[in-house]
Design a protein around this ligand. Structure first.
Ligand SMILES: *Cc1c(COP(=O)(O)O)cnc(C)c1O
Length: 420
């Protein structure tokens, strides 16, 4: 069996621990399925990022869409991160987490008037526009509210991030940003508008990117746009290079944040701009595991199955991206491996957590961990099949706390009314 261990998730006497807490204890106390996060992992990742860029003027905005539990947002904010919010809902969560609007940036390819007004009313530090029409709309709403909108424009640098097509965002064919070829024209037009203060240029070329070169190529393009804008007297104060740093789910060859810094700082230092980052997955993915119980084992003609109590409604990534997550027992006991599909109870053949996976033989009621589930896990959970959204737990050293209770059936129907 191919299993995952780290400084945060380790086997001690064949029991899987998160920091100093036996995961079995959490499963027994909170039930399954449950997401478990390591506070120390989140903290260490953030500090490693900060440290890699300590010699340049920079700010990290945690991309809250990766894991928006209010405790996770609050933790990164306490560590010194700003928060990247992508909707009114994420803004609301960040406020509830205690984040000040001046430490937030508002992103998103389709902001509604409500979201733009919310950003202006509360004085978020930056609104990032993704089209010329949106820039005019922001200007119009700012004028009505007698405000000056702090603005950055997202440019699509047309580089291939070589990641899954659903999470590639920096190619000319993607819906995000303005074309790099139109950048001069659009920045010049935006600069003439009365209620906009043009502050920065922004990119985000995709997610789970495992090579540095696409970043270097894209950043070079942004830097040369910044230089050209200077010639026409448009002086930007920041370059936002987005997020997208890849992490290890299986055997991907990734790069460290220090290697990332070493490669991009020379390109960036040609400008005097402050550098913004928006990491999400890097800060959270390997700090989480989804714990689940084996409901049944079965052998069909063609395959062996483990039917577990977690499903695509808890962790969607395998279903939509064919994503790989290590799956391993909480107790290492049987050295014998079997090849199985790990599937959930949902009525869809797309409901699987792993296919044709070599794992150590499991029995009914055994507990398993789906690793690397700290990013794009709980935030994509749904109620299909009227399944309750799982609980979330934060481990800190030798203690654990529930940071989100398992959803109840009453909560699921609270907005419904009987009218017939
Ligand atoms: C999703 C997203 C991020 C975070 O991406 P990760 O791959 O999780 O680092 C950052 N910025 C923008 C604009 C995004 O859409």
């Amino acid at each position: 069996m191919n299993y995952f261990e780290s400084n945060y998730f380790t086997y001690k006497n064949s029991d899987l621990f998160c920091e100093n807490v036996n995961l079995e204890e959490i499963a027994q106390n909170v039930g399954t399925p449950v997401f478990v996060y390591s506070k120390k992992f989140f903290t260490d990742q953030f500090k490693a990022f900060e440290n890699a860029f300590k010699n340049i003027n920079h700010k990290i905005f945690y991309a809250s869409k990766a894991n928006y539990n209010i405790n996770v947002i609050r933790l990164f904010n306490q560590l010194g991160a700003g928060i990247d919010v992508n909707s009114a809902g994420e803004f609301y969560r960040a406020i509830k987490a205690g984040v000040l609007p001046k430490d937030m940036i508002m992103t998103g390819v389709g902001k509604t008037d409500e979201e733009i007004k919310l950003s202006l009313e509360n004085n978020v530090s930056l609104i990032k526009a993704e089209s010329i029409q949106e820039i005019h709309q922001i200007n119009l709403l700012a004028k009505e509210m007698d405000k000056i909108a702090p603005l950055a424009i997202r440019v699509n640098p047309n580089v291939d991030a070589a990641t899954h097509p659903y999470i590639s965002t920096g190619l000319a064919e993607n819906k995000f940003g303005i074309d790099e070829t139109l950048a001069m024209q659009i920045f010049t037009e935006a600069n003439k508008l009365t209620n906009i203060k043009l502050l920065g240029i922004d990119m985000h070329i995709g997610s789970q990117i495992t090579k540095i070169q696409p970043f270097v190529d894209a950043i070079s393009k942004l830097v040369s746009i910044v230089e050209k804008l200077k010639e026409v007297n448009i002086n930007l104060t920041h370059i936002d290079v987005g997020g997208g740093l890849g992490v290890k789910y299986n055997d991907e060859k990734t790069f460290t944040v220090d290697e990332f810094a070493k490669a991009i700082i020379p390109v960036l230092s040609k400008t005097k701009c402050e550098i913004f980052f928006e990491p999400g997955r890097f800060l959270t993915a390997n700090g989480g595991a989804l714990i689940s119980k084996v409901l049944y084992t079965k052998e069909n003609l063609a395959k062996n199955f483990l039917v577990v109590d977690a499903a695509m409604t808890d962790l969607l990534r395998p279903s939509i991206y064919g994503a790989y997550h290590h799956i391993q027992p909480l107790k290492l006991k049987d050295p014998k491996d079997i090849i199985v599909d790990v599937v959930g109870p949902v009525c869809e053949s797309g409901d699987f957590l792993a296919k044709n996976r070599n794992i150590s033989a499991c029995e009914k009621n055994d507990l398993i961990a789906v690793m690397s589930a700290g990013a794009y896990g709980m935030v994509m959970a749904s109620n299909y099949n009227a399944r309750r959204k799982p609980a979330e737990v934060l481990v800190d050293g030798d203690t654990f706390r529930i940071i989100r209770e398992r959803e109840t059936f009453e909560q699921q129907i609270q907005n419904e009314k009987i009218v017939i």
